[in-house]
Design a binder for this molecule. Structure first.
Ligand code: A3P
Length: 353
């Protein structure tokens, strides 16, 4: 049934739009035993997991159905992308970018961020079969999503589009930086692993019920969606001199939001008055974002999709929170991982802690 729906919605909605259906990388399924363990520990990963070689990027099995659609995604020169490894401050940056592009339309910003700023790989990152579970399905106001719905809706979206993705540059259209402006956000991976742990426990589409230490090892072993972290960051770093790319860090946003607003505005060719900046600073403050129903996903709580016990989608908003999670051996393990996998890149970023 699912296969039929997929063929119907993805292929027919996108035929004629995709210029080429090639995908230059090899997608490997994980060994069966490993895959069974992943499915047990992450109950939302119904299709198991794959790695895209040679870098080994880790995705759910259903990514196979979409890889070439993402790689050949039809770009417009008015598209603006926010690209990141998850939990690096994507949402914060998206809200800033959307408001700048839309001339501070705070009224329009009351529409959910997901609608205003779609997530390119939603179809493969959030397995829609999870929403078809009877206990979820009966609480939804609309029919549950079908495979390919999201991809088709982005293709139909009017310009200017603002688009979010967690995919690394190599899996995105090769002409991306020739055609579109891209803001890449990166964060201290020690804070990323903590935030990502709560994220995996929070969302039913990940369905992680384990403890922090187990998750920490999954992260270091790069068996977590969109890993390996350093390859992801490294790809962006290699492109840092491209005029259509701006790299921002979460710690920079924390340390001087005002300067970051100016930097992003100038990158997007937008002017911000002092008054505009004051309004943006207020709107983008952690407390406002935490309260903002267009951002905090609070309507997913009654549906049983988001577990509020993990602190909410906009959770702590701190740099250095990892200190409360890492014991001595974890600190050592992480240091070694940084040096081994960062290959010097880890020294390029100055984190607050
Ligand atoms: P924590 O889980 O550490 O609190 P992403 O949007 O990439 O998923 O990143 C989510 C992280 O950004 C979360 O980190 C979230 O709380 C934080 N965040 C979101 N809005 C923020 C803001 N206005 N100020 C500071 N942090 C914010």
């Amino acid at each position: 049934m699912c296969g039929f729906i997929f063929r119907h919605s993805v292929t027919s909605s996108l035929s004629g739009i995709i210029m080429a259906t090639d995908f230059p990388y090899k997608i490997e399924t994980l060994p069966e035993e490993e895959n069974e363990q992943i499915k047990t520990d992450f109950q939302g990963y119904l299709s198991g997991a794959v790695r895209v070689q040679p870098a080994g990027y880790f995705f759910q099995g259903i990514y196979r159905n979409y890889a070439h659609h993402y790689y050949n995604f039809s770009l417009r020169d008015t598209d603006v992308f926010v690209v990141s490894y998850p939990k690096c401050g994507t949402t914060w940056t998206q809200e800033l970018v959307w408001l700048l592009i839309h001339d501070l339309d705070f009224e329009g910003a009351k529409v959910k961020l997901d609608t205003r700023f779609p997530f390119i790989e939603r179809d493969s990152a959030l397995d829609c079969n999870v929403f078809h579970r009877p206990e979820i399905c009966r609480k939804l106001n609309n029919p549950p999503p079908e495979p390919g719905d999201n991809l088709a809706s982005m293709v139909a979206k009017p310009s200017p589009r603002t688009l979010k993705t967690h995919m690394p540059f190599s899996l995105l259209p090769p002409a991306l930086l020739d055609i579109c402006k891209v803001i890449y956000v990166v964060r201290d991976p020690r804070d990323v692993v903590v935030s990502y742990y709560h994220h995996h426990r929070m969302w039913i589409t990940h369905g992680y019920k384990g403890d922090f230490k187990t998750f920490f090892n999954y992260f270091l072993n790069e068996k977590i969606l969109w890993s390996p972290f350093w390859s992801h960051v490294g790809e962006a770093w290699e492109l840092r001199n491209k005029c259509n790319l701006l790299i921002l860090t979460y710690d920079e946003l924390k340390a001087d939001l005002s300067a970051c607003i100016s930097k992003v505005a100038s990158f997007l060719g937008k002017e911000v008055s002092l008054n505009d900046k004051a309004r943006l600073m207020k709107h983008l403050h952690f407390d406002s974002m935490k309260r903002n129903p267009a951002i905090n996903c609070e309507d997913d709580v009654p549906l049983g999709v988001l577990d509020p016990r993990e602190g909410g989608f906009v959770r702590k908003g701190k740099s250095g929170g990892w200190c409360e999670y890492f014991d001595h051996s974890m600190k050592d393990q992480f240091e070694k991982w940084m040096v081994q996998k960062g290959k010097g890149l880890e020294k390029e970023f100055k984190w607050l802690y």
